[in-house]
Design a protein around this ligand. Structure first.
Ligand SMILES: *Cc1c(COP(=O)(O)O)cnc(C)c1O
Length: 241
């Protein structure tokens, strides 16, 4: 299997390319310079490769699994200082304690039981991660997130019934549809809810998301190279079977 480094260029080069593209999109779409935060999605990426981008100045990362974030980021923080880590995958209530300890932003608040568990953990520890609500803009049955029509009431319940501060909305559009309608819908819902932050756009479509108001784009493969499998499996394909 060819080395990612030789086929895709270094993570540092990928990062520089994406930063330049974000700056260009901010300018093209009349967004203030620096108004879009790049969340570098480092799922399945080994810590050494993440470190390359930290040295190049990247401080904000996204992981989709609590355990993987816990496995990689404490050591990276010890070595490099404060890093902002976003949870961008589903959160089970039995992992809330670990998630609040490790993540600075939880983008995937999507049900009442989770909101209650987060409120209890925040009260217990005094540590409050920033929170976003995930919206299932395509109403896909297999996908997490609150349905669009239920979003304003859910955000309101998070605030009133659970005392949570919700900062924004996040979505993952259906893979087989043009994303812009979903980005537009998320922006409209955020406006209805009085929310300023929008996490939307990935490697293939972050520019369209910036055009439609994204404040956070979540970019993985365009920085770190394609994910074929978990790193250990990629090194030893014979162990998969
Ligand atoms: C993996 C992932 C991304 C990044 O996807 P790329 O196409 O690699 O940029 C963004 N958001 C979520 C929720 C993800 O799981």
């Amino acid at each position: 299997m060819p080395d990612m480094q030789t086929t895709m260029g270094s993570a540092e080069q990928g990062l520089a390319r994406i930063r330049a593209a974000i700056a260009r999109a901010e300018s093209d779409f009349q967004r203030p310079a620096g108004s879009v935060t790049l969340v570098a999605v480092s799922k399945t990426v080994p810590a050494a490769r993440i470190a390359e981008t930290i040295v190049a100045g990247q401080r904000v990362f996204g992981e989709n699994r609590v355990q993987e974030g816990m496995a990689k980021f404490p050591a990276l923080r010890t070595e490099f200082g404060p890093l902002t880590l976003h949870l961008i995958g589903p959160l089970q209530t039995n992992k809330v304690r670990e998630a609040v300890a490790t993540f600075d932003v939880i983008e995937t608040v999507d049900r009442e039981k989770l909101a209650a568990a987060l409120a209890a953990e925040i009260a217990r520890t005094g540590k409050a991660p920033r929170l976003m609500v995930q919206v299932n803009t395509g109403a896909e049955p297999q996908k997490a997130g609150v349905l669009p029509e239920e979003t304003p009431a859910f955000v309101q319940r998070c605030r009133v019934a659970h005392g949570l501060t919700i900062e924004g909305l996040m979505c993952i559009p259906p893979a087989d549809q043009p994303p812009s309608a979903h980005f537009g819908l998320l922006a409209k819902l955020a406006k209805q809810c009085g929310l300023a932050q929008l996490s939307m756009g990935m490697s293939a479509d972050f520019e369209a998301a910036i055009q439609l108001g994204a404040t956070h784009v979540r970019v993985g493969s365009a920085i770190f190279g394609h994910r074929t499998a978990a790193p250990a499996d990629a090194l030893h394909p014979e162990t998969i079977a």
